[in-house]
Design a protein around this ligand. Sequence first.
Ligand SMILES: [Zn+2]
Length: 352
Amino acid sequence: MTRTVSGRRARGILCACAVGLAACLISFAACGDDDPTGPTGPGPSSADYEAAALSITESEVRGHVSVLAHDSMYGRWSPGPEIEKSARYIADEFAAAGLRPGTGTGYLQWFQIEASGQIVAPIASPSVVPGNPGGSGASPNVVGWIEGSDPSLRDEHVVFTAHFDHIGTAPVASPTGDYIYNGADDNASGTAALIEIAEAFASLPAPPARSVVFLATSGEERGLLGALHYATDPTLPLTSTVANINLDMIGRNDPATVRAIHRTDSDLGDLARSVSLLHEEIGITPIDVADNTLVQRSDCWAFIARGVDALFLHSGLHDDYHGLDDEVDRLDSEKAAAVGRLAWWVGLELVR
Ligand SMILES: [Zn+2]
């Protein structure tokens, strides 16, 4: 793990706690109001942080999900024209927020999917849908970032991740004629929150101390392929990645809880819990899950496998998981926005 406690800057002053992050955070909460001046001068005020968090709204999350999970995206199978269309939508949002492009050629990071890539969903017959679902081809990740403001910490960064691909279309339509796996929860929900978190960071009057990377991946449903590609060809070195915060399926089940999944030796679950206690207004209680099997099922695994600590926020499986009824109108976009706000505060604690 590369994350260190002693160098972590919190609320504009150097955090010198020699204890875990969660205790460190609580101790700062007990210290009273902010000292807005740090080694690099005035930073954002607590009002700026509150405003940024509140900019992650239900209506904006629902808006992004409505685009990504629309029937015209044909279930966002990667590779294919719809995954590229989805990627360009996310890239446009990153650009509008003012994020720096993650690659020398822009926001899209292309990688090759081979036909032998792990296929976990039925492949549609070409006669049923347009495009070319299944098979091999180039597929995009979308990467944007914000450079940190502290010269001594900006070489370190947190990576937020969410996969925007899904499982395409069904070979046979349902009795109602539906054959599109819209993937509103899996994982338009996490992607929408990722876009909103990026916008929230970009809205601050000054960047946080550390840098922040926003990575939307494709190929997840075929075996975490986009995340694994990023981990071998990262925008910023993984050795300086403080943590990964991964959002995958965040808008179903109990509206007041989310699973905070991590490896048993991580303290990121404690941090999520502490943040939720400090920000009860979010209305989300993380359920701590230290489980190696679950962390292997989403993009966070690409980071953990390379020694980067990760927190996986996930609202649990449901009857519509990888089904035709994972539709926008079944998504709790209020919850997805709230989980996004929780993730934003957790990430902020790691970078400010
Ligand atoms: Zn899935």
